[in-house]
Write a protein that binds this ligand. Structure first.
Ligand SMILES: [Zn+2]
Length: 251
């Protein structure tokens, strides 16, 4: 039993190093993905902002054009009013009056358009202002994450190198056939490799062990595998200090 317990302890020690490696590998995968996601969400925000900016520019152009047309019409109106002073008969007078009337109505329409335009412009400017803060924050966050990414990856790689060295040490003290079994499972299954069994249930796959296997496991004479997930198993009551709950990932 004590040889068996020693073997399990060695495997559990190796597993702890692999826990560290696993965590670093997750970080290595997550770091660039996080930056990509930030990039994506910033791009969406940025295109929304550009759209509003374009809209504002377009409205401003329209506003300028309308103002110009109104001034132009006013100039023509005043020259028509001058003409009114020089008409020689009623027919001419009526004709100029009609002209003036048309021009006035046209400018009135333009003024109405201008009012609607100003309202829309104010709305879009407000819109832009309310987006500005979060756009700025996202931009800064993205730049920070981008410039920090390489540093983050380098730190991970350094940590990984340390863990790999530790792994060679710990692995070196394990009997080769047992280590080979461990590595075989590690190459094929998701983390972790060795898991405790509590109340007859494998904590790697949460399946109930066949009663006979559980009895054999409790005896603690040889290293067993879970018949469902193939992970190495030990009875938690045999080595309670190694039986801290582990959550396994499903393949
Ligand atoms: Zn299992």
């Amino acid at each position: 039993m004590s040889l068996y317990i020693n073997q399990i302890r060695q495997l559990a020690a190796l597993q702890r190093v692999d826990d560290g490696i696993h965590a670093v590998q997750l970080e290595l995968e997550a770091a660039p993905r996080e930056v990509q996601e930030l990039e994506k969400s910033f791009a969406a925000q940025d295109s929304q902002r550009s759209w509003i900016q374009d809209k504002i520019k377009h409205l401003q152009d329209q506003q300028r054009r309308l103002n110009y047309d109104i001034k132009d019409e006013e100039a023509r109106l005043s020259s028509s009013r001058n003409k009114l002073m020089q008409v020689e008969n009623d027919q001419e007078y009526q004709a100029v009056m009609r002209e003036i009337d048309i021009m006035k109505r046209q400018n009135q329409t333009r003024e109405e358009e201008l009012t609607a335009l100003r309202e829309e412009l104010a709305k879009q400017e407000e819109n832009l202002k309310s987006q500005e803060t979060s756009w700025e924050a996202s931009k800064n966050e993205l730049e920070m994450q981008k410039s920090g990414l390489q540093k983050r990856l380098d730190a991970c790689k350094e940590k990984l190198a340390g863990l790999e060295a530790q792994r060679r040490d710990v692995g070196g003290s394990i009997e080769p056939p047992i280590l080979k079994r461990y590595e075989f499972i590690r190459d094929r299954l998701r983390h972790p490799v060795i898991v405790p069994v509590d109340d007859g249930i494998c904590s790697g796959c949460h399946m109930m062990l066949p009663p006979q296997t559980f009895v054999e496991l409790q005896r603690g004479s040889s290293i067993l595998s879970c018949p469902s997930c193939q992970r190495l198993i030990f009875w938690s009551a045999n080595i309670p200090e190694e039986a801290a709950p582990q959550s396994a990932e499903q393949k």
